[in-house]
Design a protein around this ligand. Structure first.
Ligand code: COA
Length: 284
């Protein structure tokens, strides 16, 4: 039998901003900041995420964006009260407008963000929490994190593109299993299914994500952006379209890359013999 929940006690009203941003050493740490609600996504949190993502995208001090959650949760999905219950009485048109902001940042904006993104899954991650995990370019979870497609447990399906995010990363059998059972799984299992890149003990999570971010900060930012966008775009293209798109990207890079990294790298490898592309990045 399920453990009964504690009787609700009065808790202090939320006073802090629903999203917290700290910038250090080129990394923007973006924290979903409603720990008392397990960082469930409210309309206010969505609006603030869109605002912060816009600001960080053009901030020259930021090279990598990390998304994580305050307290013991990454994100407990959409806020059942402020999102679902609040939108139940709305018309179809009003619902579309109401939902747009949450879709905006959770997958549309993050999927094609101009800077590299990492999801740092520190704890509970349910339903819509999967969206930002999958839409970030890379994801690292704590072994102790708990994931679940809980929608089946409360008369919902994983909508809002949660199911699309899930089947894009996990295999078909696993997607069906967790969608249909609503069973939870931990960070190690998430990594073994491809939902995240890897999992590490919670005590080592921030260090691992910092190290990963530093690797990305060392790359040519223009190349990195084109490479990650290409990786996401070619999935839905056929082979002909993909080949054409990728050659066009190479042409585009010649004009877009202020570092002219390709020329620099070829000079360093072929002429100066100062580095090996197979073993690391060219010297900037
Ligand atoms: N929407 C709205 N409120 C939520 C929420 C959500 N998705 N997830 C948690 N909360 C709120 C609870 O209502 C509670 O609020 P209260 O203090 O006003 O009563 C508070 O956050 C703490 O939740 P609680 O269940 O007591 O915390 P817990 O640590 O024991 O359990 C979870 C954590 C994540 C397992 C549990 O909160 C849960 O099952 N949440 C729903 C997850 C879900 O199904 N999300 C899918 C949405 S698409």
């Amino acid at each position: 039998m399920a453990t009964p929940r504690k009787k609700a006690v009065a808790r202090p009203a939320e006073t802090e901003a629903p999203v917290k941003v700290d910038i250090a050493g080129g990394i923007a740490w973006v924290t979903l900041n409603r720990p008392e609600k397990r960082n469930a996504i409210s309309p206010a949190l969505s609006a603030e995420m869109i605002r912060q993502l816009d600001l960080l995208e053009v901030n020259p001090e930021v090279g990598v964006v990390v998304i994580t959650g305050a307290g013991n949760a990454y994100c407990a999905g959409m806020d059942l009260k402020e999102f679902f219950r609040a939108s139940d009485p709305l018309s179809a048109e009003e619902k579309a407008v109401f939902s747009r902001a949450s879709a905006q940042w959770q997958w549309r904006r993050l999927n094609y963000y101009m800077k590299p993104t990492i999801a740092m899954v520190n704890g509970w991650c349910f339903g819509a929490g999967f969206n930002s995990v999958v839409s970030c370019d890379l994801a690292v979870a704590a072994n102790e994190a708990v994931f679940g497609l809980s929608e089946i447990n409360w008369g919902m399906i994983p909508a809002g593109n949660v199911l699309k995010a899930t089947v894009t990363t996990m295999n078909h059998r696993d997607s069906l299993y967790y969608t249909m059972t609503g069973e939870t799984f931990d960070g190690k299992k998430a990594a073994s299914m491809g939902l995240v890149n890897e999992s590490v003990p919670l005590s080592k999570l921030k260090k691992r994500v910092t190290d990963l971010a530093k690797i990305l900060l060392d790359k040519n930012p223009t190349t990195l952006r084109q490479a990650k966008h290409a990786c996401k775009r070619v999935i839905s293209m056929d082979w002909d379209a993909s080949e054409d798109y990728l050659f066009a990207k190479i042409d585009q890079m010649r004009f877009l890359d202020p570092e002219q990294g390709r020329q620099k790298a070829m000079t360093q490898f072929l002429d100066e013999k100062t580095y090996r592309p197979g073993l690391g990045n060219y010297k900037k």
